[in-house]
Design a protein around this ligand. Structure first.
Ligand SMILES: Nc1ncnc2c1ncn2[C@@H]1O[C@H](COP(=O)(O)OP(=O)(O)OP(=O)(O)O)[C@@H](O)[C@H]1O
Length: 581
């Protein structure tokens, strides 16, 4: 439990000095809480002495006591304010910083990281887990550290009046801490299980929502809901089990504190009866017995919450520790934009996808990649963009090995127009502007016009300010692709990676889009995953990928003269789509 407290303090990074300042304010806050009670006891003893005739109670006594109490109350509120101001926003500030840091880190990890961790798991870490940490992290610091500071400060104050009473209070605190450590051991064992159950629940919910179109199309609501219901049931069962484990230790912890409080009052009464304690001190002890354990009573909840926080911190550390794909990269500006694959071998996990692939694309030329589905065409583009690193061989742009470049300096030179280019839940204007953040409205409109999306955008109710759904789900496939072409136009990068994907293009606009693509690629080096015969024919070279290898390479005419995959592939495509050469 205390290890988790230390981790929260470490998590707060540069802000930890504010936490330490908060601990000092907490000490003074407690001192100022104790002072009015001590002053009241002193006032009572003056009244009793006045009654006995031992000393006279003057109005000056009463006024100075009242002034002292007012000063103590004001001091108490002042230190409570200082503590809150120092500590309470630390969690929110640190979490906000960490969210940005994780966002930046995710941009730089290999995409294989997203195979290992589901989108739901990562989303849960950045949203619910970090929210939990920002909300409860500082509360736990307050409950545990400030709670013990407060209790021990009051024990210290009591020791000036009666050492035995302060020892009873200290014993109560120690005994409750023992039960808390047992409770904490249980929580420590259960919290990761609960964390996993919650992650599964988020991932199942995420998948259910994302897969809704498929669920509806296949009338599979029963099957898909079963998965999500199972995740919810498991979470409920685990939470109930944890609560049951929690109860006995919680009762023992509270019992220790209540027994200590009662024993303090009984001992004070006995000391008063045998004349070793004055009545006002006994009354003061009775009041202290109510307040001394107040804050540490709720440490029981902290044990469980702290374990969850510990698991959350582990999870966040796991995401942040993911190796940056470009951690040894430098910001390099290639002097040319030719592309060379040299004996590139690559596997997703264990499955070999590309085997010793070599080719060269001169600057300002177009290479069309053709080949059967699953042969590795998209993988070639993903490797060039360094979404993954090659296992063997090398990829160079303008003679510079992409492994020596940072992702930013490499991707600055590449624009992608893929079937599944992601559009954000934002305005169309901002989605296009993604290609060039500093672009003016006029540039955005010009790019949209060239990419044949200006007309459909102007027909929408809010035109360029229309907000589109997640992933562009409120647009048709063709519209999404045209937006992504506009985005690429605006970026004006020297290398274009294009997945032609004519399937999603509106036939009416196909010609215009082809024109748009032609103007997009002028003077650029382009790799196109080609589907249209015209693109294939017009390419400067065709790379025929089959089974992870470059089976054939050459111009359309050269390849037509050879017997091989290309000729067979072309015949099949022609038959399927009614082409004629
Ligand atoms: N992220 C991934 N993790 C594991 N395997 C993958 C991943 N992406 C692709 N693959 C596998 O790698 C192989 C090549 O995929 P790739 O997407 O490069 O093929 P493709 O030629 O572009 O196919 P298509 O024409 O159908 O788009 C396929 O067998 C695919 O199942």
């Amino acid at each position: 439990m205390y290890k988790a407290v230390k981790r929260i303090i470490a998590w707060s990074g540069q802000r930890k000095s504010r936490l330490y300042a908060g601990f000092i304010y907490s000490f003074f806050h407690t001192m100022f809480t104790a002072l009015p009670i001590m002053a009241a006891a002193y006032g009572l003893s003056l009244i009793l002495e006045d009654r006995n005739g031992a000393a006279e109670l003057t109005s000056a006594h009463i006024l100075s006591l009242a002034g002292f109490v007012l000063f103590a109350v004001a001091g108490r509120f002042w230190f409570a304010y200082l503590r809150a101001a120092a500590q309470e926003s630390v969690g929110y500030e640190t979490a906000a910083e960490q969210r940005l840091a994780i966002g930046a880190a995710l941009k730089r990890v290999s995409l294989s990281f997203f195979n290992e961790k589901s989108a739901g798991e990562i989303a849960a870490a950045i949203t619910t887990d970090l929210s939990f940490l920002e909300l409860f992290g500082m509360k736990m610091i307050d409950t545990v550290v400030n709670g013990y500071i407060s209790a021990l400060t009051l024990v210290f104050c009591l020791s000036f009046y009666n050492i035995w009473i302060s020892l009873i209070a200290a014993a109560g605190i120690l005994l409750s801490a023992l039960f808390l450590s047992l409770l904490s051991k249980k929580s420590w064992k259960n919290a990761p299980v609960r964390q996993q159950a919650q992650d599964n629940m988020v991932a199942a919910t995420f998948e259910y929502i994302r897969g809704m179109p498929v669920v509806k199309a296949f009338h599979q609501s029963g099957v898909s809901r079963e998965g999500i219901a199972r995740a919810y049931r498991l979470n409920k069962t685990i939470s109930e089990k944890i609560e049951k484990n929690f109860v006995p230790y919680n009762c023992l912890h509270l019992l220790a504190l209540r027994v200590a409080a009662t024993t303090m009052v009984l001992a004070a009464a006995l000391f008063t009866l045998n004349g070793t304690m004055e009545l006002p001190i006994m009354l003061m002890t009775a009041i202290f017995s109510f307040v001394i354990f107040g804050q540490i009573e709720s440490v029981n909840n902290a044990a469980h919450v702290l374990r969850i926080i510990d698991a959350v911190l582990d999870k966040l550390a796991g995401i942040e520790a993911a190796a940056y794909i470009d951690q040894n990269g430098r910001n390099i500006e290639p002097s040319a934009y030719d592309i060379r694959f040299q004996n590139v071998t690559f596997a997703y996990e264990q499955r070999a996808v590309l085997k010793k692939v070599s080719f060269f694309i001169p600057e300002n030329t177009t290479a069309a990649i053709v080949g059967p589905s699953g042969s590795g065409k998209t993988t070639i583009c993903n490797l060039l963009a360094r979404f993954y690193d090659v296992d063997q061989g090398s990829i160079a742009v303008g003679g510079v090995d992409v492994k020596t470049m940072t992702c930013d300096s490499l991707l600055k030179n590449i624009a992608m127009v893929f079937q599944n280019v992601y559009l954000f839940r934002d305005t169309l204007r901002n989605n296009i502007r993604f290609g060039k953040p500093e672009a003016s409205d006029a540039e955005i409109i010009a790019a949209a016009q060239k990419a044949c999306c200006h007309d459909f955008i102007m027909a929408l109710p809010d035109q360029y300010d229309t907000v589109i759904g997640d992933g562009g789900c409120t647009l048709s496939g063709g519209e999404k692709q045209r937006i992504s072409i506009a985005r690429a136009m605006l970026k004006n990068a020297p290398i274009i990676l294009l997945d032609e994907a004519t399937a999603s293009v509106d036939p009416e606009n196909e010609h215009a889009i082809q024109q748009a693509i032609s103007s997009l690629v002028q003077g650029k080096t382009m790799i196109v995953i080609a589907h249209r015969l015209a693109t294939i024919q017009n390419a400067d070279q065709i790379l025929v990928v089959a089974d992870g290898c470059i089976a054939q390479q050459g111009t359309h005419e050269e390849l037509l003269r050879q017997e091989g995959v290309y000729k067979r592939f072309l015949a099949l495509r022609q038959a399927a789509e009614g082409w004629s050469i």
